[in-house]
Design a protein around this ligand. Structure first.
Ligand SMILES: Nc1ncnc2c1ncn2[C@@H]1O[C@H](COP(=O)(O)OP(=O)(O)O)[C@@H](O)[C@H]1O
Ligand SMILES: Cc1cn([C@H]2C[C@H](O)[C@@H](COP(=O)(O)OP(=O)(O)O)O2)c(=O)[nH]c1=O
Length: 192
């Protein structure tokens, strides 16, 4: 089973990912961007304010392709429970926002790019938080610009959730850390 964690920066994905790692020590825990050289290229692009958004999409997509072949598919073939902190939905939510002035239908473009080669998650925990809280928690320096961008990203997440409601479990991530973790652990218990 492939479980993914999604949500805005600062929504608490990594906190939940760690709690799941403690609860399911034999599962495979992974993340995107990965720690491969493809993931390092992604990090360089994130750090570059002038990075071309289309080039950045393809770096993220390359990292995803490598993640699938090197980690995700072999682990699933072994019958492992696999948990990924971010996955393809992050691309659709974030890059559709960065590409809004570059493509007519960025959401459809990024979604369809994945379709021929990716492996959809079986279930996704969506940690839902308002953009202001997300920006504050993730320590963005330009808080208002960041919150504006995260607002667009959140709208894309909402589109994803409504297009595939069966796959998503929405968790109110404005609750305390302990409440979010409890809800996430209970949801995974039900899903497995
Ligand atoms: N429910 C919560 N309430 C308050 N602070 C939180 C909550 N969840 C996480 N945090 C804090 O917010 C910051 C970002 O959390 P993190 O789990 O790294 O989020 P993400 O991986 O989604 O960016 C950390 O300092 C973490 O301790
Ligand atoms: C995986 C992925 C991440 N991102 C962005 C989200 C984050 O702003 C940044 C780094 O991801 P990450 O390290 O998961 O950030 P955080 O822990 O703060 O949520 O990359 C994309 O824009 N597209 C993607 O496909």
């Amino acid at each position: 089973m492939l479980l993914t964690l999604e949500g805005l920066d600062g929504s608490g994905k990594t906190t939940v990912w760690r709690a799941l790692r403690d609860r399911y020590p034999s599962a495979v825990f992974t993340r995107e961007p990965t720690d491969s050289w493809y993931g390092e290229a992604v990090s360089r692009s994130i750090a570059d304010d002038d990075a071309d958004p289309l080039a950045e999409l393809f770096l993220y997509a390359a990292d995803h392709a490598d993640h699938l072949s090197r980690v995700i598919r072999p682990a699933l073939a072994d019958g492992s429970f696999v948990v990924s902190d971010r996955y393809s939905d992050s691309r659709i939510a974030y890059q559709a926002a960065t590409l809004v002035d570059h493509l007519d239908d960025p959401f459809g473009y990024v979604r369809d790019l994945h379709e021929p080669f990716s492996r959809p998650p079986d279930a996704t925990l969506y940690l839902d938080v308002d953009p202001e809280t997300a920006a504050e928690r993730s320590g963005g320096t330009n808080k208002f610009e960041r919150a504006d961008y995260l607002r667009a990203v959140r709208e894309n997440y909402e589109r994803l959730v409504s297009s595939d409601p069966e796959r998503f479990v929405r968790i109110d991530a404005t609750q305390s850390e302990a409440a979010v973790v409890d809800e996430a652990l209970a949801a995974v218990e039900r899903l497995r």
